[in-house]
Each structure stands twice: as C-alpha cells, then as structure tokens.
Design a binder for this molecule. Sequence first.
Ligand SMILES: [Zn+2]
Length: 500
Amino acid sequence: MKHFIVFLLFFNSTISSAALLLRQYKAKPKLVLMLVVDQFRADFLIRLEKKFLPAGTAQNPGGFNYLISQGAYYPLAEYKVLAAMTCPGHAMIMTGAYPAVIGIPLNEWYDRNLKRSIRCVEDDIQNVSPRRLTSSTVGDELKFISKNSKVISVAIKDRSAVMLGGHQADYAFWFGSSGWETSPYYASQVPSWVKNLNDQIIDQKLKNKNKIEVKSILASPLGIEWTMQLALNALENEKLGNDESTDILAMSFSSHDMAGHKYGPFSSEVEAITLAEDREISKMLKVLKKKFGSLDDIVVILTGDHGIPPTVEHSKSSRLASGKIDSLDFYKKVATRLNNKFGKPSAEWIRASHALNYYINPEALSDRKAPKELVEQEIKNEALLLEGVFDVFTSSEFSKGLSIPTFFKNHILNQYNLVLSGDVVIVPQPFFMGKDENTVTHVTGYSYDRYVPVVIFGKNVKPGVYPQSVEIVDLAATLSFILRQLPPAKSSGRILSEIF
Ligand SMILES: [Zn+2]
C-alpha cells in the first residue's frame, strides 16, 4: 500500500509537470515579440554577460539577462545547414523548415530560367515580396484562424523583414534609400507615422549624407536604436496587443551583421552594437510592462539567424589556418582546365557563383558538346586543389546519392536544392571563407556559423537553462503550440515540450 501511494504521488507529479492544464493552454498571449539578432553567434550572450544590464525584475526588466534568467534558455541552438546565412535563416525561424524545401536555399542564387542572379526577396512586379518562399509561416497560420490578428516585421535588411513577416504580413518595413520603406506587396506607401519617423531621422542624421556614410550609420548602435524606434512606434500606432487576437511583432537587428562583416565578432564595434541591443530590448520590455500592466500576456522569442567566424587575421594570429577562396581566380583555373579538355566555348564555362555554389553555363556545354557530369567532375577536381577546401560535391553526385561529404551529409540534404543551388559546391575548411567585399563572412555549417542562442519567454514557459539539443526549425512548431494553431505547412521541427 505504501508503495502504491508513493507510486501515485510520483505518477501525479509527473503528469502535472509534463502537461499544461487546459485553462493554461487556452490563455493565448496578446503579443508575440520575435527578436532576431543578425549574426548572433552563440557566445555573444555568454561573453558579454557581465557588460549587459542586470537581469532586473518583472517590474523593472533588464535586456538579455532578464530574458535568459526568466525564459527557457538554450545556449546552443543549431542551424543544421551547410551554409548559414540571413535569408534562409529568417525563413527557417518562421517556417520551421529547411532551406532545401522552402524555395530559399541561399541569400542570392542564379535563376536558371531567368538566366540571371536573383535576390531571395526580388519581385519583378512588386519590387520586394515573399513570393519565392514556398511555405506558410507562423504569422500566415495565425492569420488563417484569427482574421483580426496583425503581423508586422521590421529590419534594416529587406530580406529579414520579409521572411519574418511571411505572406500575410500587414507590413514589412526595411531601410531603403529614403528611410524606412515597404513595397507595393504590402501597401502603396508607408503609413503616416512611418513618414513622420523618416522625416525626423533624415533631418537629424541623414541629410546630405552619401550612400557609404548612410551605410556606416546603419552599421552602428544608431541602426539598433532606429530599428527599435520603428518597432515601438508600430506597437503604438498599429495598436498591437490591444485586443484578444494575438499579434506578432517581429524584428531583426541587421546592424549587428553589417558591423560584424566589417570588423569581426570580437571587435569593439560589434560589442557596442550588442550593448545597444541589450538596452533597446530592456526599453521594449519596460514599454510592454507599462502597456499590459505585466509581461504575462506576451511571449518573447530571442534568437539569431546565423553566426560568424573570427577574421582571417584573428584566426591566423591564433595559429589556426585561415584564408579566403577567390572565386574569380578559380574561374580562370577552371577555364584553362576545361578549355584544354573540351576546347574553348563561345561563352564562359561558369555563369555565376553564390556562397561557393558554382553554376555551369549550359550554353558552354552545348557549344562544346561537353557532358555536364564530366564538366562538373573537372571543376570538382580543380576545386580540390585549392587551399582551404575541405570537400566538394556536384549536382550529379547529389542526384545519385554519391560522394556527399559524410561529415555534412544532413546539412547538405537540408540545404541543397537541385533546381536552385549550384552545380558544384565547395565546402571550405573551418576558418576559410569565400572572398567578397567583406572582411569576414559566414557561409559554412561549422559551429561558429551554425550555433545561435534561443530564449523563449512566456507565462507558461518554465525558466531555466536547457541542455537538450534544439534546432531553429523547432521554434515554429513550439510557437504554433503556444498560439494554438497549426504549424506552418512545411514545418518539420519538434515542439520543445520540456519547457512547458
Ligand atoms: Zn551576414
């Protein structure tokens, strides 16, 4: 009998800690605040912990430290992809699906039908839109079941705002040549409150500034402040969270990435930006506390879209091999090799390259009657001679399931798309990267690029540090559970049941 009672007690407590009561489950938040820091490698929250505002209290919340102490904190959440970057990263957060299946394999790619390179949010008719994204998002699914819900997204980069907003966003705002803007996909013009903000910003800071000067202002703490200023104005003017229908306010801090590419993750410039994010997040939490009386009615998710390696100089001075793979130089080597083997075609052999994806020119193939598979193999063999190359795979190998680098097999399956990705893909060694206009860039699946933190804060969420392995694709399923709605169409993540 004694054993039986012990058993009952144990059984009972297991159930109550593993399941939400129906009345808890039914209490939906009034507002979801999605905070993405662009290029937020997992160690920022750890490294700068002592420099952030103190955690504070629910009455007077700090920024990052408040969220990690009061939310479910996963220090190491994973983008299981081969090349972590902004557009697929933001799309993964809101779709819960991998780049290979959602039409967004990279930031930019060569469109074989259009015969030119395109940006992920490019739209011939509406300038900028999410039309290439082939899954619904958390916001889209929310709108299906809750017509009065609003979804608004903000980021200096258009691709971040667009992917966070999804197809049904009321507005996505990004920073263009005339300040904050949107595209005809969302509205014929920005609302008057955005116009007013633009007037202020331009009057005070951007008047008579050239493009380069504007870019460096955006890549400073001011870029963070302006992003938050727009979000706070959206909260107020679009009356977010004011009724029973849940609204989503999603924002991404692009300045972090813009400065990171120039100065590297360990620079004082990026540190200053991270501290600005901390202060601005605290400011937002205080506004929300004042607006709702408490933070009980909101859910906050904090994460990043990808990480970044140290600069080449930093790695080298730390005695790690590092360097850049120069695609233009590689084109020349490939041309010499292929011309020798197949003869010189009337057009170039390689049409474009994006994030170490190389696209073969079909006209060169037909001109020289060269079989694509053989040409791919020749390019691969040339690539394997480059310094800093770990492995190379081709589209023919991929279709046959052959010779995929086993270390990254799942990462490749999650990202590579036969229609949209390149014919030959170089996988660099750690700390090597493609050469472009940036000082440092992130196009790999190594830990520094693919691990970011995740924090989920909400009334029903048990605070704590969670050692479980978590993937970014799990966020959409978990948020869908919180919002009592279907996960996005292509969502394949798990509900993070341990946090409830
Ligand atoms: Zn970036």
